[in-house]
Design a protein around this ligand. Structure first.
Ligand code: AP5
Length: 253
C-alpha cells in the first residue's frame, strides 16, 4: 500500500490529501499509547500498510511546523515548539486547538492511527467528546510496553530523515549508507529531544501525564496491552492478533 501524503495533517488542514484506502472498506480508528521511544511511530507505519489508516502523529505536526520555512507559525504553535524543544508536554488547550483544526483527518473514511495524542486525561476527554458528537467510535487503544533501559537505547540511537521523516536506528535498523536515508537520499539527523537530558524529562512527563490514560481506556474496555520487545514485524504481528486480524494478515514465514 502506498504511503499517503498526509498534507492536511502535517501542513495545512485546508489541503486535500491523496486518497487513502481503508482495509476492506472499514475504517480503523486506533490510538497508540506507550512511552517515548517504545516504537509507536514504527508500528503505526506497519499497521498503516495493513489497515490503510493514516499515521497521525502530533509530534510530527510540531516538527513539521518547526522546519517549515515558507510560513510563520501561529502564536500557539510557536509556544508549542518551545515546550517541545525542552522535551516537555505542550499545554492541552494548544494541542487540542491544533488537532481540532485537523478534524477532517479524524472524520476521514480511511480511519486513523493516532500516535502521541491523546497524551493526558484532558486530551483523551476532548477526543472522546468529539468522537461522540461526530458519531464515530474508536476500535481499540494499543498500549506498547517496554523496559526503560531498552527505551533509552532506542531513543539515543534513533536517526530521522531530515526530508521524508523515515526513522532508522544506528544499531537495530541502520541505513544502507551511514547518515543517508534509504528512501530519499537526504541526510539523517538526531532529533533535538533525543539527547540524554531531554530523554529524562520526557520519560518523567510520560509517567506523570500519559500513564493514567491506560486506566482511562481500560475502563472504556478499549485497552490492548502489547509487549514491545522483539523485531518491529513481531510486534506488529502481536498487534494484529490483539485486533483479531491474524487470519487476514498471517505473519511472514
Ligand atoms: P512524539 O514525536 O510523539 O514523541 P514520543 O511520544 O516521545 O514518541 P517518539 O516519536 O519519541 O517514539 P516512538 O514511540 O514513536 O518510537 P519510534 O517508532 O520512533 O512527541 C515529541 C514531543 O512533542 C513530545 O515530547 C511533546 O513535547 C510534544 N507533543 C507531541 N504530542 C503531544 C501532545 N499530544 N500533547 C503535548 N505535547 C505533545 O522508535 C524509536 C527508535 O527505536 C527508532 O530509532 C526505531 O528505529 C527503533 N525501534 C522501533 N521499534 C524497534 C524494535 N522493535 N526493535 C528495535 N528498535 C526499534
Amino acid at each position: 500500500m502506498s504511503t499517503p501524503d498526509r498534507v492536511a495533517w502535517l501542513q495545512n488542514p485546508a489541503t486535500k490529501c491523496s486518497p487513502v484506502h481503508s482495509h476492506n472498506g472499514t475504517p480503523w480508528r486506533v490510538v497508540l499509547l506507550g512511552a517515548p521511544g517504545v516504537g509507536k511511530g514504527t508500528q503505526a507505519e506497519l499497521l498503516h500498510q495493513r489497515l490503510g489508516a493514516c499515521h497521525l502523529s502530533t509530534g510530527d505536526v510540531f516538527r513539521a511546523a518547526a522546519t517549515r520555512k515558507d510560513c510563520v507559525p501561529s502564536p500557539a504553535m510557536a509556544a508549542a515548539l518551545q515546550y517541545m524543544r525542552r522535551g516537555e508536554l505542550v499545554p492541552d488547550s494548544t494541542v487540542w486547538e491544533m488537532v481540532r483544526e485537523r478534524a477532517g483527518c479524524l472524520r476521514c473514511g480511511g480511519g486513523f492511527l493516532l500516535d502521541g495524542f491523546p497524551r493526558t486525561l484532558s486530551q483523551a476527554q476532548s477526543l472522546n467528546d468529539f468522537l461522540q458528537q461526530e458519531n464515530l467510535a474508536l476500535n481499540a487503544v494499543i498500549d506498547y510496553e517496554l523496559p526503560i533501559p531498552e527505551i533509552v537505547s532506542r531513543l539515543s540511537g534513533r536517526r530521522t530523515c531530515s526530508k521524508c521523516k523515515a526513522v532508522f536506528h544506528v544499531a537495530n535498523q541502520p541505513p544502507e549508507h551511514d547518515g543517508i536515508c534509504d528512501h530519499c537520499g537526504s541526510a539523517l539527523i538526531q532529533r533535538e529531544d533525543d539527547r540524554p537530558e531531554s530523554i529524562k524529562v520526557r520519560l518523567a512527563a510520560y509517567e506523570q501525564s500519559t500513564a493514567p490514560l491506560i486506566a482511562f481506556y481500560r475502563n472504556l474496555g478499549l485497552l490492548l496491552s502489547i509487549p514491545a520487545t522483539g523485531s518491529p514485524e513481531q510486534i506488529c504481528a502481536r498487534s494484529l492478533v490483539a485486533l483479531n486480524l491474524q487470519a487476514e494478515f498471517p505473519p511472514c514465514p
